[in-house]
Write a protein that binds this ligand. Structure first.
Ligand code: NAP
Ligand code: GDD
Length: 343
């Protein structure tokens, strides 16, 4: 029977890759969309008409209930969130509502629809639920590398809200027997990554500087270290987590570490430039409380799901820089803009 999936966060980086992955496996896929005029639907425009949309917002319980009832999904992937960590200090209450309470609302919608229409699902009326948890929950990590048993010490309103989402998912699993799991995913990037995140900010700047469309790159903490992987690999892990006999949380990452400085060096080397000529450290971009190092211990995912990453860090940065070179070459040059403005 054709499986049905509902994805929140469809206009985001991961939503687009996950929709592609599920469609390629024969799923019918719906994306939860808040507002049909959302310009970010362009990220998934190439998937329409195979991909369908349903209206809803994680801050609105009635819309989630209506969406789950309308789609009658076998699997729900909750990728919707305000996902910028620095942005979470600007809008802490909203981030808590969307990234924390939003998870509770979606779980409630699933529980209600499952209770009402249990017989319509092959596995006893249970809709399987995936929660996009984050390595930011480890924050000031109590051990390195971090696994499913490592304690949480979040360092931002984003991290705290995600920690609530993680715990409420486990609580619904234990309370109601729901197949509800969290994937604790470490940083994953791609050419579709938002330009507010550091790798994409760097790849875009390297491309623009090479093409004479930008002068310099302002960055914050160059010493921060992350475990960066490719988003296309990580959505495979999300799907695998919902195909297991027992609902189990998994940590997903490469186990390989690189600093922001490494990312800059790598991206600028791709375009034949010396990064030290172009990068300026701006103390205003340093966070109120930084997460210095995150490193995944993904042994459970590798052994239990058979999951492996396929793109290493240098290949990831090359992929992003090449995509941004192509994109930036279509942007008007600074001189052209002055001409258009009549100056
Ligand atoms: P992203 O590109 O920032 O996308 C976020 C998505 O959430 C967008 O589609 C956005 O839709 C949606 N959204 C925002 N507010 C919403 C609301 N009130 N109701 C419904 N949807 C809302 O994020 P991503 O990189 O794809 O990440 C996907 C998920 O994984 C997020 O939950 C993120 O926190 C988590 N995560 C990401 C990483 C990573 O490295 N990428 C690592 C760990 C966890 P609009 O277009 O309507 O704003
Ligand atoms: N964004 C940004 N901009 N980060 C910078 C900059 C800058 O100019 N300069 C240095 N950094 C450092 C940050 O201080 C941080 O230590 C590191 O680069 C990574 O920042 P981001 O790319 O913004 O990612 P993040 O680690 O804070 O959060 C991402 O990964 C999480 C998983 O660990 C997001 O995708 C979260 O949604 C996700 O949960």
């Amino acid at each position: 029977m054709t499986k049905r999936a509902l994805i929140t966060g469809i206009t985001g980086q991961d939503g687009s890759y996950l929709a592609e992955h599920l469609l390629s496996r024969g799923y019918r896929v719906w994306g939860l969309l808040r507002g049909r005029a959302n310009p970010r639907t362009s990220r998934v425009a190439h998937l329409v008409p195979d991909l369908s949309f349903v209206d809803g917002d994680l801050t609105d319980q009635a819309s989630l209930l209506a969406a789950v009832d309308a789609v009658q999904p076998d699997e729900v992937y909750n990728l919707g969130a305000l996902s910028s960590v620095p942005g979470s200090w600007q809008q802490p209450e909203l981030v808590t509502d969307v990234n924390g309470t939003g998870v509770l609302r979606l779980l409630e919608a699933i529980r209600m629809v499952s209770d009402l229409s249990g017989s319509r699902h092959a596995d006893g009326g249970r809709i399987r639920f995936y929660q996009a948890s984050s390595s930011e929950m480890f924050g000031k990590a109590t051990e390195t590398p971090q696994s499913e048993t490592t304690g949480f010490h979040p360092r931002s309103p984003y991290g705290v809200a995600k920690t609530y989402g993680h715990h409420i998912t486990r609580t619904y699993r234990e309370s109601f027997g729901m197949y509800a799991v969290s994937g604790v995913l470490f940083n994953h990037e791609s050419p579709r990554r938002g330009a507010e995140f550091v790798t994409r900010k760097i790849s875009l700047a390297a491309a623009r500087i090479k093409l004479g469309r930008q002068k310099r790159l302002d960055l914050g903490n160059l010493d921060a270290v992350r475990d960066w992987g490719f988003a296309g690999d990580y959505v495979r892990a999300m799907h695998l987590m919902l195909q297991q006999e027992e609902p189990t949380d998994h940590v997903v990452g490469t186990g390989r570490l690189h600093s922001v400085r490494d990312a800059v060096r790598c991206a600028f080397a791709c375009v034949g430039l010396d990064w030290t000529d172009h990068v300026v450290v701006d103390p205003a971009l340093v966070r109120p409380a930084e997460v210095e190092v995150l490193c995944a211990d993904s042994r459970r995912a590798r052994a239990g799901l058979g999951w492996e990453p396929t793109v290493d860090f240098p290949a990831l940065m090359r992929m992003m820089v090449h995509s941004d070179l192509e994109r930036a070459s279509r942007e008007p040059a600074y001189g052209d803009l002055l001409q258009v403005a009549g100056r």
